[in-house]
Design a protein around this ligand. Sequence first.
Ligand code: NAD
Length: 436
Amino acid sequence: MSAEDKANGTSTEVPAVLADAQSRLENIYQRLDVSDDARQRLAHPHRLLQFSIPVRMDDGSLRVFQGWRVHYDITRGPAKGGIRFHPDVNADEVTALSFWMSIKCAAVDLPYGGGKGGVQCNPKELSRMELERLSRGYIRGVYEFVGPDIDIPAPDVNTDATVMGWMEDEHNSIARRQLPGVITGKPVGLGGSQGRVEATGEGALQVLNIWADKHKKKPKKLTVAVQGFGNAGYHFARAAEAQGYQVVAVSDSRCTVYSADGLDVEAVHEGKKKGSLKPHCKGKKDQGKILERDDVLALDVDILVLAALENAIHEDNVADVKAPVILEIANGPVSSKADAKLEERNITVIPDVLANTGGVIVSYFEWIQNRTGDYWAADKVSERLEQRIREQAELIFQLSIDEKVNLRTATYMQGIRRITEAMDNRGSQRYFTGDQ
Ligand code: NAD
């Protein structure tokens, strides 16, 4: 696909990220009794909107950005999924991300379908005012496509609570009504939930803890390296360090920082806020090291956490992985071909569609709070998050044992079973012919 086609989403070729994501379905269909109707429906996104966002820049010039919003499947409820601002965003990526959201929401039994959105832009080159105008322009572009009962966006890469607040304000100014449930991940003062910012990282740690318990592993004996030190990666690393895991490396888009004695995660985070990652170490004697960006992937650690972007591990670098366990916090960080190679080597992958559900679960809690007007304390949010993750993860771990499949296959089976049952309940050929 040419770069131009990729950028504007007009190519007729099979899109790469989506094709890779969907290629996992055949394996699931071989294990589940899925109707032909449901298979056909899951092969295509429900709807895809591409639009232009004209933005007045600070120097007076006009720039037109490309935006997308996709509803992959809405059988179980309104679409749900984040909005990404990144130079590489394109129709294929957004569609794949909305496909994963469909599986994920069903896998943890949320009453949602899957959606996703994005803008092709480099937020690092935009001023705060330009970013606000772009965020508000995004909402003007998708206005009819979103709503508390239609599609509820949330933060993703390079979008945060402030961006969600601007977007909610723009939506409600157009609607001339207060509809806080139109978007989640908002600032608490605008109807956001306590605990939403930390939820993805902390939820992933809860899933890792369940895995560790089942394998009788003690956190204090486990070394961890984290690729991606943004919202999800930082909150994971902070909470993991607090529970005794030894976080020996973290990385961002520029470099990896490493200390064999363990990093002081909070100090590394403070350094990042001031400009760049520095290897602040726990042991006073160790000075730590700055390594190449991708060195994090090949470190000899017990747990490799992928919290950056999709396709971090692919066919060309999968052989370098030394960690026996991978925790996927990013969406789609291991390509399907690399996944098969990891399985051959008995490397355990705790998959994105289970491990990163903490964010969407607390987004669901935020939506409930917005719709009932009953706002919960932080303790109640974290208690209910833990309860939901434990209940659903236990079902998936058990399914993986019963069906003798890996955790990714078990999570997909759980999600696909729920989605396709709902499709059949709405009326499929089987339903009409009585051929159950
Ligand atoms: P973010 O923008 O806050 O952080 C992304 C981080 O990845 C940054 O530190 C960036 O420097 C780093 N990065 C980018 N390219 C990299 C590379 N090649 N190598 C190493 N680091 C790199 O984004 P986030 O919200 O933390 O999201 C990270 C991932 O988690 C994404 O895949 C996102 O879809 C997924 N996710 C996030 C949430 C959420 O609630 N934030 C929920 C579910 C899934």
